[in-house]
Design a protein around this ligand. Structure first.
Ligand code: GDP
Ligand code: IMO
Ligand code: MG
Length: 510
């Protein structure tokens, strides 16, 4: 195994030659294997930084069959013992309770976090945010986004509404009190929420089983101050710093910086399938801003897609979903356990699309790393990939993960365009009518929901590819599909990395 790993590193070193800032991010709806890629590249990095999102993320690292999942802490924390600095950047939203819990959990696993730095400007997730997120989702019924319920949207909204707090406020009780008082004065309307339901939300584990609840005011001011300042604040005080300074110094000293994206381009509030998105800009620009970096700082931008499939968790349009709306409804209503009990034998080659998708989910273990929800599974959507690639640059290279899952699938379907089902829709000056061909769809959910995918079909491959370590040994069928995709989306450079298994060594560098 030592030998294999050093071979991988040699290949990676040549990929990373002359690179000082590398980005790992997702071009789809998240969960493409950012955690794995951070693990693969970690040996090279001096600093690993997250710039967007919060504990809505779930990044998995598998090592020798052992699984670790990270939420608000960058996966790079695994390099702490080797002196690697891990940063929670200024563009993130942090629920200090979740962060403290995650740190305690690291400790229990014998992992250290001595070199963790938390930006003083990271935004605080408050109990109000978690309450609002959950209350809104309960109220929305059919129109719900299917958020992770972690308070992400309300925390970002309040930052822009100028009524938010930052990590730095945990260090100054007087300031915290003043800002919290002002913040709560803008939340009076939440008192109108039905009391019984409000109490139930406030009693959830994530809100410490009702500790922040006040029967008259809804939020208990003193309990929030006590926990945020005296419990979480005290635990985190040595880690809260000006991370911009660290990053600027690292750039000057030509240290190696690895940026760990969260969510994905299609979940970006600015460029994704709005409104079924998260509330941060998960695109390259948004991610860099959230780290305190600029586009010109980046030497290598690794945009990950799942190899020839696509998944999404939560609601929203997914034109190439296997089994269409039946799959969406099913995933919203059923748990992983129910699925494992009920569908013991399913076939990825089933002619029933719903079952074929379910079988792929089972085979690929596509269940949310944060919420455990079954992920909706479908086929690679090239119109959406083209949309994500609009914001790429000369340093962008593709990474494909999970290609091992498709071994044995007889026909691989790739969505090349859609046919619009109507009603008439203006996308700026372009008018779509029933039957229009759609190659560059507007990122509007109401439009996307009315699109039927058109597929090109390719023969699949039967070989197990998990042991393959060189591109030339991959099945011809796989390489043909890949070439078609690169040509179709106009990507001139070859992919940088192909992942053929969850473990670090199951990786091919091109
Ligand atoms: P992230 O949010 O982008 O970090 O991705 P997640 O961790 O949420 O989900 C990706 C899942 O796929 C994890 O369970 C990984 O261990 C797994 N994974 C990553 N790459 C591969 C691969 O090439 N093959 C297989 N079979 N699993 C992979
Ligand atoms: P990683 O980093 C997949 C989805 C949620 C929901 C929508 C809004 O692991 O790829 P939010 O709680 O952010 O307001 O939810 O975004 N979502 C993710 N889906 N992977 C993620 O992160 C996600 N983070 C948020 O499921 O549909
Ligand atoms: Mg994930």
């Amino acid at each position: 195994m030592e030998k294999k790993e050093s071979y991988l590193r040699k290949e990676l070193r040549s990929l990373l030659f002359g690179v000082h800032v590398a980005v790992v991010r997702c071009l789809q709806w998240g969960d493409t294997g950012k955690g794995k890629m951070v693990d693969v590249l970690m040996f090279w990095a001096d600093i690993i930084i997250r710039g967007t999102g919060g504990d809505n993320a779930g990044h998995t690292i598998m090592n020798n069959g052992k699984k670790k999942v990270f939420h608000i802490i960058p996966s790079g924390i695994l390099g702490d013992k080797k002196g690697k600095v891990t940063i929670i950047g200024p563009g993130t939203v942090v629920y200090p309770k979740a962060l403290v819990d995650e740190l305690l959990n690291l400790g229990k696993q014998g992992l250290t976090y001595k070199h963790l730095k938390i930006s003083k400007n990271a935004k605080l997730i408050l109990p109000t945010h978690i309450f609002e997120d959950r209350a809104k989702e309960l109220k929305s019924a059919d129109a719900k986004i299917g958020t992770t319920g972690k308070g992400i949207g309300p925390a970002y909204s309040d930052h822009f509404a100028r009524i938010g707090l930052t990590m730095n406020d945990l260090l100054n009780e007087d300031v915290f009190r003043k800002k919290l008082k002002r913040h709560l004065s803008y939340k009076q309307h939440l008192l109108d929420y039905p009391q019984d339901k409000a109490k139930k939300i406030m009693a959830c584990d994530h809100l410490m089983a009702g500790i922040f609840y006040d029967p008259d005011e809804l939020f208990n001011f003193e309990q929030i101050v006590y926990h945020y300042v005296h419990v979480f604040g005290v635990s985190l005080q040595n880690y809260i710093v000006d991370t911009d300074k660290i990053i600027q110094k690292a750039l000057k000293e030509k240290k190696n910086i690895l940026i760990e994206g969260a969510q994905g381009d299609l979940l970006s509030v600015d460029y994704g399938t709005y409104p079924f998105v998260t509330s941060s800009d998960a695109s390259l620009e948004g991610l860099l801003k959230g780290c305190g970096l600029r586009a010109e700082d980046v030497d290598l931008d690794l945009g990950i897609i799942k190899g020839f499939v696509q998944t999404r968790v939560g609601s929203g349009p997914f034109p190439s979903e296997a089994g269409g709306s039946m799959s969406e409804l099913y995933c919203a209503k059923h748990s992983r356990v129910e699925e494992e009990d009920r569908y013991t034998e399913v076939d990825i080659n089933s002619e029933n699309e719903f079952e074929a998708g379910l079988a792929l989910r089972r085979k690929a273990q596509e269940y949310g790393a944060t919420t455990g929800r079954p992920r909706r599974v479908g086929y690679l959507d090239l119109p959406l990939l083209k949309n994500s690639l609009k914001r790429s640059n000369a340093n962008t290279r593709l990474v494909l993960t999970k290609l091992d899952i498709l071994s044995g699938k007889k026909i691989i379907k790739i969505c090349t365009h859609y046919v619009y089902k109507g009603p008439n829709y203006f996308d700026g000056q372009i008018m779509y009518v029933e039957g229009s061909t759609v190659e560059e769809p507007p990122m509007d959910s109401y439009f996307l929901e009315n699109c039927s995918p058109v597929y090109k079909e390719f023969p699949g491959w039967s070989e197990d590819i998990r042991e393959v370590r060189k591109y030339k040994y991959l099945p011809k069928e796989l390489k043909d599909i890949l070439e078609f995709i690169l040509d179709f989306v106009g990507m001139e450079q070859d992919p940088a990395i192909i992942s053929v298994g969850a473990d670090r060594e199951e990786t091919i560098v091109l």
